[in-house]
Structures are given as C-alpha cells and as structure tokens.
Design a protein around this ligand. Structure first.
Ligand code: PMP
Length: 358
C-alpha cells in the first residue's frame, strides 16, 4: 500500500483560518488597504501572450537586485517567503540533522523542517519575548544545519540584535542561518549589510506585507552566490508566476506608496500601544505591523471583535501566549474602526472605562 514518508505521516497540519474573512482584515498581517495603483494598472495591461509564455525570472531578479543594492547571483525570487524556507530545508537538511528555531514564531518553519526528516529544537524566547541569543548559541552542535530567526518576529513583534545574529552565524559555520525579514519595512533594520562577512547567512523578504501582494505570492531569498547556486538547483525555473513577475517592478518603483503606508502603520502602532496602556492590557512593544496582547479569553474576544466587523487573530495556543490575540495595523481610518470595536469589547468585558481613544 502507498504510504507517505515517515516524516510526512507524523507531520502536523497548519490550517490558517482563511474561511469567511468578512470584515476589516486585521488577522493576517496583510496590507489592509491594497497595493500601489501602479500594480493594478500593470495588471490591466497583461496580454494573452504574457500568460501563454513560461515566466522568465531573471530580468525581474536584476531589477530586484538593483533595488536591494546586491548582485543578481546572490538573489532568488521565490513563491513567497514560504517557498524560500522550503527551499532552504530541501537544500541543507536531511534525516538526523537538527534545526533551531525560537518559539513562539511563524508556524511554517517547523512544518518544512519536520517534512525534510530533520529534528526541530525549539528555544523559548526570554522574558517579554526577548531574543534568546545566548540559549540559541548554547544549543548549536555539529548536527545543527539550519537556524531560523524571524526579525521582527511573528507573533511577538520583538527583534533580534544584529550582533547576536552575527554571533550565532559565526558559531554555526556548517548551518544555514536564515533571517526572515518579512516585516522589514516596518522595522527598518536589516542584516543584508553584514552578508559579505557571513558566508552562511540568508535573508528573506516578502511582498506580501507592506507591498500588499500576498495574493500574488512573491518573495526574495538572498545568500552568498555559491550557496544560492545550490538553492537554485532545487527550485523550479518557473516557481514565480508571470503575473507576479510583471507586477513586481511596478510595485518596487512606487516607493512613495510604501513610505506613506509604513508611516501610517507606525503611527497606528503608537496609538494602539497608548490605548492598550490606558486600558491596562498587557502587550509587547512591536517593530512590525501588528501587536500581540493578552486579553484573557482570546476566542471570545476574537468572536466579539468579529461581530463588530473586525477580524483579529487568536494566538493563545502559541508557546507562552495563553490568552493572547494579535492585531494587525493599517492606516488611521482602520485604526479608528479598530479602537471603537476594541473599546466596546473591552467595556463589555467589564474592563475600566473612560480611557481616551485618541
Ligand atoms: N515569514 C513570516 C515571519 C511571516 O509572518 C509570514 C506570513 N505570515 C511569512 C514569512 C510568509 O510570507 P509569504 O507570504 O511571503 O510566504
């Protein structure tokens, strides 16, 4: 009888709650307004010819390399950061290997690592979800072949200091060290600048968040050119579709759109953190486009918010996140709607009233 590989038979499944997302989408860390109008304009101009041909990745890779200030051989466009993670697992991991991740973090690291047959070592974040750099270093062994750090991290919004990432990468020269910068635009700091000092470092970026293109599925993986040759061998030559490739240069050209969006989200983040302080709700200061907070009965809170037209995410089953929800931020108009629903929900739950929501 046909049976999947053992690693796959025991693999947990990850089902994000995508069904019935009617309301203001503050549940998936997407852009809440939509992409640059220049992208939509490019979409309208797509022809049958564009869709008939197999997609050609290289010319667009040259554009992205230029935008990032790196050489094209250091870069691979991917079907979202998810594919970048998958490709690294396929390239570097096999049965008996170990991979280190910090928990809580993005769910797909664990899935792709386990699917490869390697083992996951989960290192708990420190106090207030601080980056456990020392503990991570302490768990590096000869079997460590992959270390993944989301920076900023999801769902906590906390960050890893550049120095600690450097120390980890230097302590594990036979491991691929992936720094997932999916939320880079909202943070502004990158490890791309140190890549020439660190031959085992990889950096992933996505166009799913600030750029508002989650539905197109496009991201970037950057690494040393000789390592990227190996990763490219594992990838399909057609891994990124023609529509995404056509739109990406337009998205990159409209930096004014990104700057405006990011600045509005940062403003909303400051306002939300003030509101939470006033309500006495525990939260963790975030460098991303979302904030994790402890509301108590997370499922009931999510449902209350949904009834008020706002979708937020229950994260209470993540490591050390009992009673927590994660709320994505958008521009001012969206945070105004969020604050109204938040106030009604919190007051309904008997939490102190009268806090100003400005
Ligand atoms: N990395 C992190 C840290 C994320 O939070 C997410 C999405 N939630 C992803 C990667 C997935 O990105 P993409 O849409 O590019 O696959």
């Amino acid at each position: 009888m046909l049976s999947p590989r053992e690693a796959v038979r025991t693999l947990p499944s990850y089902h994000p709650p995508l069904v019935g997302r009617n309301g203001l989408r503050l549940d998936f860390n997407e852009n809440t307004t939509g992409c640059s109008p220049r992208v939509l304009e490019r979409l309208r101009r797509l022809s049958a010819e564009d869709l008939t041909k197999y997609p050609e990745r290289e010319p667009v890779e040259a554009v992205v390399a230029g935008a990032l200030g790196i050489a094209a051989p250091e870069l691979l466009l991917t079907n979202g950061v998810d594919e970048a993670i998958h490709l690294l697992c396929e390239t570097y991991l096999e049965g008996g290997d170990e991979a280190l991740i910090v928990v809580p973090t993005y769910s797909m690291y664990r899935i792709y690592i386990l699917a490869s047959g390697a083992q996951v070592l989960s290192i708990p974040a420190g106090k207030d979800f601080s980056f456990p750099g020392g503990d991570l270093c302490g768990h590096i062994t000869a079997r460590t072949r992959l270390i993944v750090v989301a920076n900023p991290n999801n769902p906590t919004g906390t960050v890893a200091p550049l120095k600690e990432i450097l120390r980890i990468a230097n302590s594990a020269p036979s491991a691929a060290v992936l720094v997932d910068e999916a939320y880079f635009e909202f943070y502004g700091q990158t490890v791309l600048t140190i890549r020439s000092e660190v031959p085992n470092l990889f950096v992933a970026r996505t166009f799913s968040k600030a750029y508002g293109l989650a539905g197109l599925r496009i991201g970037v993986l950057v690494g040393a050119a000789e390592q990227m040759c190996a990763v490219r061998r594992v990838s399909s030559p057609y891994n990124v579709n023609a529509v995404a490739l056509a739109c990406l240069p337009e998205a990159l050209r409209d930096q004014a759109y990104i700057e405006q969006y990011v600045s509005e989200v940062r403003d909303s983040r400051t306002r939300l953190e003030r509101v939470l302080r006033e309500f006495g709700i525990q939260f963790w200061p975030s460098q991303a486009n979302f904030v994790l907070m402890r509301v108590g009965e997370a499922a009931a809170f999510v449902e209350q918010m949904r009834r008020r037209g706002i979708l937020v995410r229950d994260r209470s089953s993540d490591h050390a996140c009992e009673g927590c929800v994660r709320i994505t931020l958008g521009p001012r108009a969206h945070s105004d709607r969020l604050f109204t629903a938040l106030q009604e929900t919190l007051e309904g739950r008997g939490i102190e009233q009268g806090a100003s929501l400005r």
